[in-house]
Design a protein around this ligand. Structure first.
Ligand code: ASP
Length: 440
């Protein structure tokens, strides 16, 4: 079994956290490829090294002395080096970075130094090889990833190697200069390495033990999700549950590699495993019927009714064109026999909703077009729901028993989720009602 282990910024925020990462990596020989972020926040008001690097670059750009900010960065790395009694020649590393700063280096180079130095320190601490991401991850000049070259180089350089430490977040252009991913991009580095070496597992170490079944700000101590499919995760994240970068999921999903979200501060917790539909086993069935609940407030619903619409062709299309012509993306179109609704985030129709109503009336030749605002959408997700009768009855009774008015219902044809629309003021209560009906 071969694992890629990616550690996020909070996992490497100071010497104490480095020690935890050291122990986690040491404790399992399967963790062969270790990808690191730059040190993150040690406490709430603290700064991430990457943010300070962006700030340094801004100083250089506007010709303001950058030392006050840059010294903070140097001090943070130096403290880790000293406290762990490491022997990285940071003086020299910072001298090189300063020279480059004085020569007005590119922003991507400077902001990538957090990951670079973090990996240097960890490789010294673990006595493993450091491999620079610029030799593994390759971009084209237009900024897109050169997938073939990246895959080829990673498998060539890493296959069969001993334990190695690799900085996340960046790679290089054809001329060797540094190019970073978007923020949070170390997740992508880990995913690309996992897929290129065909790892058995991509471990993503952070400061929470995976995903919870509902937002802990609404549900007290929600249960942890032990296993979730990529498809379920997509539904939950679309509705606001905060998860991994889409770009980070793609390479491992395609290669059929499971992702394990783990907590550096609680390494014995099994965390959440994200798997493909084809990796569902018997155990999955016996877990909860639902996998998770997520939702968002502030949607608007345009309700369109037209007598005998069922006998007409093209009415829905005409209404949809009103949004398409304004390049407004819509989320749901639940429909009845002589009516349908169009649901989308309120901020995209802010101030123009009445104009839209009038336009739909004219185009669809009907008088009954109403707009309802302050709608919340709540999705209840679970791959196990599809095969079981009575699930929607349970969900709707739970809402009814709590006197919550349901304004909209939508079930994806894949039957892995049921979406209900309720008024914003009922949002929290509705999530509690659904959670209690299925989980408690
Ligand atoms: N350090 C980078 C950031 O803060 C990349 C990462 O941590 O994934 O965005």
């Amino acid at each position: 079994m071969v694992k890629v282990a990616k550690f996020g910024g909070t996992s490497l925020a100071d010497a104490f956290q480095f020690k935890k990462v050291h122990d986690i990596v040491k404790s399992n020989d399967e963790r062969k490829y270790v990808v690191v972020s730059a040190p993150g926040k040690r406490f709430k008001e603290d700064n991430k090294i990457t943010d300070l690097l962006y700030l340094t670059q801004a100083h250089v750009k506007y010709s303001v002395p950058y030392d006050p900010v840059f010294n903070i960065i140097e001090e943070r790395f130096q403290t880790i080096n000293d406290e762990l009694k490491l022997s990285v020649d940071l003086k020299n590393e910072f001298k090189i970075i300063r020279e480059n700063l004085n020569n007005k280096c590119e922003e991507d180079y400077i902001v990538s130094r957090g990951e670079y130095l973090s990996a240097l320190l960890l490789s010294d601490y673990l006595k493993c090889d450091f491999i620079d991401a610029k030799d593994l991850i390759f971009f084209n000049y237009d900024g897109t990833l050169n997938k073939e070259k990246t895959n080829e180089k990673i498998s060539h350089i890493l296959k069969g190697s001993k334990k190695v430490i690799i900085p996340g977040f960046y790679g290089s252009y054809p001329d060797g200069s540094i190019k970073t991913f978007s923020r949070g991009g170390s997740d992508i580095t880990g995913a690309l390495i996992s897929s290129a070496i065909n790892a058995d597992m991509y471990e993503n170490w952070t400061d929470v033990s995976g995903f919870l079944m509902a937002d802990p700000r609404i549900i007290k101590n929600p249960k942890q999700i032990k296993k979730i499919t990529y498809q379920e995760l997509r539904e939950l994240s679309y509705m606001g549950a905060s998860v991994l970068h889409d770009e980070a999921i793609f390479p491992v999903r395609q290669a059929g590699i499971p992702i394990n979200i783990k907590n550096t501060n609680d390494p014995n917790n099994s965390g959440t495993i994200i798997i493909g539909n084809d990796q569902i086993d018997g155990n999955y069935e016996t877990d909860h019927i639902i996998t998770g609940i997520a939702g968002k407030k502030n949607f608007s619903l345009f309700y369109v009714h037209k007598e005998h619409m069922a006998n007409e062709v093209g009415t829905i299309k005409k209404a949809l064109e009103v949004f398409e012509n304004r390049k407004i993306s819509i989320d749901h179109v639940p429909s009845g026999i002589d009516s349908f609704s169009i649901v989308l985030p309120s901020d995209s129709v802010d101030k123009i909703d009445h104009e839209i109503v009038e336009e739909i009336k004219t185009k669809c030749n009907t008088e009954t077009v109403n707009v309802f605002k302050n709608l919340s959408l709540i999705t209840t997700v679970g791959i196990n729901m599809a095969s079981r009768p009575g699930i929607s009855a349970r969900l709707f009774s739970a809402l009814g028993n709590n006197k919550i008015n349901i304004r909209m219902i939508d079930q994806g044809s894949s039957e892995i989720n049921i979406i209900v629309g309720v008024e914003d003021r009922d949002f929290e209560l509705a999530i509690k009602a659904i959670y209690n009906a299925f989980v408690q």
